[in-house]
Design a protein around this ligand. Structure first.
Ligand SMILES: Nc1ncnc2c1ncn2[C@@H]1O[C@H](COP(=O)(O)OP(=O)(O)OP(=O)(O)O)[C@@H](O)[C@H]1O
Ligand SMILES: [Mg+2]
Length: 616
């Protein structure tokens, strides 16, 4: 909760102060009513109760009631406004923070949990800030003002009121003790519901194809039931609260009246009796208002566990710093017109965070500027792990990864990544258009800060979803088409309604796997980098397209350094050098012919893929 307070801006505190002020006035007006009641009784008793005087006091009471309502509305408004604006700020802080996270942190929190935290958890805080804080302000005001008013000659009244308050408080504490852990579990169970829901959506095709609806339904039902069951248990015990309050309130009134009956009976004159009676009515009104105030604490305690759990969960995100922090190196003058960057791995070992197994063991190799290096190996041999160290999606556990002779950790991450086009295994597309997907991202030059090395800068600034970018700038349109041509994607883009403005759905769900891959390649080409990294990017292409595409790329590379990860020998056969990975280690390096002669692992892969004739 304390961390959350840090995120309250001055504007939020101002609204909070206004809320407190309005609530003070509201409570004050509210507590004024019994005073007028007592005045009226006094008028009646002293025989001065003319119609005019009564109407006069009645009008005041009416004004108080109207004022109370007005203040209640205004304080509701200011607190709701504060809560809404606070939660917007909180969501955007979370989003900014998550943007800085490396794969490691995302893996650690899990996507489902990050989503719950930035939605559901924020709502918990918002509820607490809008309603809970109001209560928290209101209760001391009510109790304080009521205490001032009910100083009385009968200490027994005060004692019985104090006792009842204590009783109500202890019931609250006992119930909360029971409910607290259950409210805490609630958020974790909500994560679980979201996770199954998310999996259900992303895996829809497989679920349908394998008739696994029932299995999924059961998984969801279990998570859903657990959440319901937990919530039921937590809430059902809290249901005892209103009846306890009601009972305590009634019992208190009865007790006050019983205590009052004695002095009233003993009083000498009817006038004195009436005086004590008036006192008693006023006292019991104040006492019950105070008791109501105290018991409304229950609502706070009800919300507090959930809100504080949510606050902890959000604070966990906000207090986590990415393990990948960029250095200050922004390159040199010479980098500006360099065509290809060199890559070097020096005794690199790597384990995924939180795992003991090593994904890469003592890997050393060099790719000089302008070279094309093929990387091949069986499934899980560490190919993706190897290339993901270059843009620093992860950091090497041991050893060094160097780009242009400089450790990647020393680079400003924007500058480092601007040197690269990384086409990932499994193409990723974003909601938007063909153009916004191809011209995606920004390039940062070596020295000039966010200089825009290829006219690409604004594409990302405008957001991939804007979709209006390409048409206005003919040069940009030409470059996008050029990239699309090279990626062999022209044919299907021309067929799409809107062509460059053709709509791409979330994750590219409206185009085929091979088409997605081609657009992802086009995105890499458009970036015009010093280093290309293709991680199994040609796997969904047929052999012919694979070859045409590689030839087109070759013409376009113009001295760029290229790493091609492939599972097909044909894809990398003509590379300058081929690196063979097996179980995370390099077991062979050389040309196709050399490896055929002296690398068993390579030969095995070759025999399973190429025909006798091709092998010769
Ligand atoms: N995010 C991760 N967390 C933990 N372990 C991982 C993670 N990603 C991969 N691994 C493990 O690291 C090892 C190497 O995986 P990697 O993805 O590099 O293989 P690959 O050669 O790219 O395989 P493929 O050809 O199937 O793409 C595997 O044993 C894998 O289980
Ligand atoms: Mg891989």
């Amino acid at each position: 909760m304390k961390t959350m307070l840090k995120y309250m801006r001055a504007a939020h505190w101002r609204l909070f102060a206004l809320t407190a002020l309005f609530m003070f006035i509201q409570t004050w007006l509210d507590l004024k009513l019994p005073d007028y009641m007592s005045d009226i009784t006094e008028l009646v008793q002293t025989g001065k109760a003319t119609t005019g005087a009564l109407l006069h006091l009645g009008a005041y009471m009416l004004l108080c009631a109207v004022g109370t309502t007005l203040m209640a509305i205004t304080s509701n408004y200011t607190s709701a406004r504060m809560a809404a604006s606070f939660s917007r700020d909180l969501r955007s802080s979370i989003f900014h923070k998550v943007q800085t996270f490396s794969k490691e942190e995302i893996d650690r929190f899990s996507t489902a949990s990050l989503i719950t935290r930035s939605t559901n958890d924020v709502v918990q805080i918002q509820n607490f800030v809008s309603r809970g804080l109001r209560m928290l302000v209101r209760v001391p005001i009510i109790v304080g003002l009521a205490l001032v008013k009910i100083s009385t000659r009968y200490w027994q009244w005060t004692a019985v009121t104090g006792l009842t308050v204590l009783l109500v408080l202890s019931v609250i504490v006992i119930l909360i003790k029971y409910a607290h852990p259950r409210f805490r579990r609630m958020q974790r169970l909500t994560d679980e519901v979201n996770r199954t829901m998310q999996e259900n959506m992303t895996g829809m095709r497989v679920i349908r194809a394998y008739n696994a609806e029932e299995y999924q339904m059961n998984a969801f039902e279990t998570a859903n039931f657990n959440l319901m069951d937990n919530e039921r248990k937590a809430r059902s015990v809290m249901l005892l609260m209103p009846s306890t309050n009601q009972f305590a309130n009634n019992a208190l009134t009865v007790a006050i009246y019983c205590i009052g009956a004695y002095p009233i009976m003993k009083a000498g004159s009817p006038g004195e009796q009436l005086l004590i009676f008036t006192d008693m009515v006023v006292f019991s009104t104040y006492a019950s208002k105070m008791l109501m105030g105290v018991s409304s604490l229950e609502m706070i305690f009800n919300m507090l566990p959930r809100a504080s759990t949510s606050a902890e969960r959000i604070a966990e995100i906000l207090n986590t710093d990415s393990t990948i922090v960029g250095g200050g190196y922004r390159g040199t003058e010479a980098d500006a017109d360099r065509k290809g960057g060199s890559i070097e791995f020096r005794n690199v070992s790597f384990s995924y965070p939180g795992t003991a197994a090593t994904a890469l063991k003592d890997v050393s190799f060099r790719a000089d500027s302008g070279e094309t290096i093929g990387i091949i190996g069986s499934t899980a041999s560490g190919k993706t792990s190897l290339v993901s160290l270059i843009p620093r999606l992860y950091d090497a556990t041991e050893g060094e990864v160097l780009v242009d002779g400089k450790n990647v950790r020393d680079y400003d991450t924007d500058v480092l990544r601007s040197k690269l086009s990384y086409v990932t295994q499994g193409a990723v597309l974003f909601t938007g258009t063909v153009a916004s997907n191809v011209s995606y991202g920004k390039k940062t030059g070596f020295s000039a800060g966010a200089s825009d090395a290829g006219g690409t800068g604004t594409a990302s600034a405008a957001g991939p979803a804007s979709g209006t970018d390409a048409a206005e700038d003919p040069e940009k349109t030409r470059r996008i088409w050029n990239a699309i041509d090279i990626a062999q994607a022209r044919e299907f883009v021309e067929k799409m309604g809107g062509k460059l403005k053709g709509v791409v759905n979330r994750g590219g769900s409206n185009i085929s796997g091979g088409q997605k891959q081609r657009l992802a390649i086009a995105r890499g080409v458009y970036r015009d980098p010093e280093i290309y990294i293709f991680d199994d990017a040609f796997s969904a292409l047929d052999y012919k397209t694979d070859r045409t595409l590689r030839e087109a790329l070759k013409d376009n590379f113009e001295g760029a350094t290229v790493l091609i990860v492939a599972s097909r020998i044909a894809t990398i056969r003509n590379a300058d050098r081929i690196i063979v990975l097996d179980g995370g280690s390099i077991v062979g390096e050389g040309s196709h012919e050399e490896l055929m002669k002296n690398c068993n692992v390579y030969r095995e892969i070759a025999y399973t893929q190429l025909s006798e004739e091709e092998l010769k």
